[in-house]
Design a protein around this ligand. Structure first.
Ligand code: NAI
Ligand code: MG
Length: 345
């Protein structure tokens, strides 16, 4: 009992909106079967935060993450065009989660076999700083829309160092810096310049090249195997990580980790999927794999490996898949199958 207690790790659990509670419930069930060390403090955010506490980012949720410095978060709905600001973006800002790691790997062999890529996204700057406004002209209050992007040399250097350190630690050989420095010469030119400076410190250990974002999008479809790691500004990283997910079976297959200097929040790349919410058919693999990254993060890679093995066996040996993967299993049936594999492993 005492030895069990010693290995418990408190963490915040945010079920989130839409399919969030469904995929989070599946994940908790599977982590329990795995004997994971996490002790969950359940908190709300997003639309669920408004419903439960009248706030899309309640103080209790912030206090819990501040204390635990570790969270697993379901997707949070953000109103489009108007309404409250993204709680995801606010969480990243509040805890200075500057480094977003989004790995993708082919699990189900298909059109894109053996894809194994890691995208690192700068998570705080660029066009996400929300310096946006309308300029009225005549009787049109929204005649002109203006957005300002902000990249600082410090932030660019920090994310580049983070990416190179990740490469060294995970034995990745090449980093491709994604930019649009031909057009956004200042905003993304600085990003490229800082990355080149950092790359010099890693010469002989990690190779670096760069690519313009539009060409990168095309190359990812034509020949994704040429890439090892991508490091991107905030907006390009957001867009390309959904594209990467598409290479390996869709948004149901893509986990993410948001890292700061002392806090980390793990989540799926996808959103709250309102079109399938409440139907019990969502694919829980993205957030499950995110919980695997969380196990790696706390030094429990043995459990993470068992988790990933069980997922692979259920998909490929048992052939149990959710609808997005052309299967017929419900979220719950898939989760039960993973639990069976874990119990027999
Ligand atoms: P989305 O990622 O929620 O859904 C896009 C498409 O992928 C939908 O057809 C959906 O059914 C499908 N999909 C996504 N996850 C799936 C899963 N696990 N299993 C099966 N199918 C899945 O993107 P959308 O619709 O643009 O955004 C919905 C809401 O989510 C918005 O309010 C958006 O702001 C929010 N969002 C939140 C994120 C977060 O919390 N980190 C990230 C992305 C979007
Ligand atoms: Mg996104």
């Amino acid at each position: 009992m005492e030895s069990q207690m010693r290995h418990q790790i408190p963490a915040t659990l945010i079920p989130g909106d839409g399919i969030g509670p469904e995929v989070v419930a599946a994940t908790v069930q599977i982590l329990d079967a795995l004997g994971s060390p996490f002790i969950w403090d359940v908190q709300q955010a997003g639309v669920a935060g408004v419903t439960h506490c009248g706030d899309p980012l309640p103080e209790a949720t912030l206090a819990s993450v501040r204390k635990n410095k570790l969270a697993l978060k379901g997707p949070l709905t953000t109103p489009i065009g108007e309404g409250f600001r993204s709680s995801n973006v606010r969480l990243r800002e509040e805890f200075q989660l500057f480094g977003n790691v989004r790995p993708v790997r082919t699990i189900i062999p298909g059109r894109y076999d053996k894809v194994d890529l890691v995208l690192v996204r700068e998570n705080l700057g660029g066009f996400y700083v929300a310096h946006e406004y309308y300029v009225p002209v005549g009787d049109d209050p929204r005649a002109v829309a203006v957005a300002t992007g902000v990249n600082t040399r410090d932030a660019c250097t920090r994310i580049a160092k983070f990416a190179f350190e990740y490469a060294v630690k995970h034995e990745r050989k090449k980093i491709t810096v994604v930019h649009k420095a031909n057009i956004l010469k200042v905003l993304t030119g600085l990003f490229l310049e800082a990355a080149r400076d950092v790359a010099r410190e890693y010469e002989g250990r990690v190779e670096m090249n760069d690519v313009i974002v539009d060409a990168c999008a095309m190359q990812l479809v034509m020949n994704p195997w040429q890439f090892d790691m991508l490091v991107c500004t905030n907006l390009f990283g957001d867009i390309l990580s959904d594209q990467l997910a598409g290479l390996v079976g869709g948004l149901g297959m893509a986990p993410g980790a948001n890292h700061g200097t002392d806090t980390a929040i793990f989540e799926a790349v996808h959103g709250s999927a309102p079109d399938i919410a409440g139907k019990g058919v969502a694919n829980p693999i993205s957030i499950l794999l995110a919980s695997g990254l969380m196990l790696d993060h706390v030094g429990k890679s043995d459990l993470a490996v068992r988790l990933r093995t069980a997922i692979t066996e259920v998909l490929n040996t048992d052939q149990i898949r959710t609808r997005d993967l052309k299967g017929t299993a419900s979220t719950r049936e898939f989760a039960d199958a993973v639990v069976r594999r874990i119990e027999n492993s």
